[in-house]
Design a protein around this ligand. Sequence first.
Ligand SMILES: [Fe+2]
Length: 260
Amino acid sequence: MTMKDHTSQSEINDEMRAIEAEARARVDDGGAPELHPRRNYPPYRSSILRHPTHELVRVDPEEVELFSPAFGHTDVNVLESDLTIQHRGEPLGERMTVSGRVLDGEGRPVRRQLIEIWQANAGGRYVHKRDQHPAPLDPNFTGVGRVITGENGEYSFTTIKPGPYPWRNHLNAWRPAHIHFSLFGTAFTQRLITQMYFPGDPLFALDPIYQSITDPAARARLVGTYDHDLSVPEWSLGYNWDIVLTGPKATWMESEEAHD
Ligand SMILES: [Fe+2]
């Protein structure tokens, strides 16, 4: 959590618009669009503290993997992809399914990939000691799930649509509703983390985390699509979201330390 910052939303908006205009001018001058968030993005206040200031220390990944955590594919139960059945009762909120595929830069499926998700409940509250947002906890919702991708790179989660929540980046700062995704890779050293958002969220333009990716097309790839064919009659609303690991259409991935 960041220290309390009394900057107003409109001042943050001005900062974000100025950075975007400068980034757009660079692309107009023939520069490459920025597909990943800036590490140092001042409107996202704590980004300044989080990014490395020195050259990374190079290590032999094979050596690191000798003592890194590992998991067995058989450890993941199929029921873990349903976040609505982890307690005695039904969680409150809008039941939804989110399905998609994990693909590499050439559009090939990434099979047997561990995907983990975590999210706030329908009221925008995490089950987390540091989350002091005065929205109610839901005794029937923990907000974590995992799944292994299938032969076509496909995955599907059943969950509750998370609510937006306030954070202390600036005065009256709210995060758009989102689900955090982690992709494990084949070893702990390859883990990638990103967020999926929901279409039409009025908070996109106001959110320094979403806006820290200056390329509008790269931002848009973080937004799931409502897909009526994925909705289950009288049961849940369906969203589609594909995750592309590499190449020019890659899904943005965030640094390990970020958690907002
Ligand atoms: Fe979050």
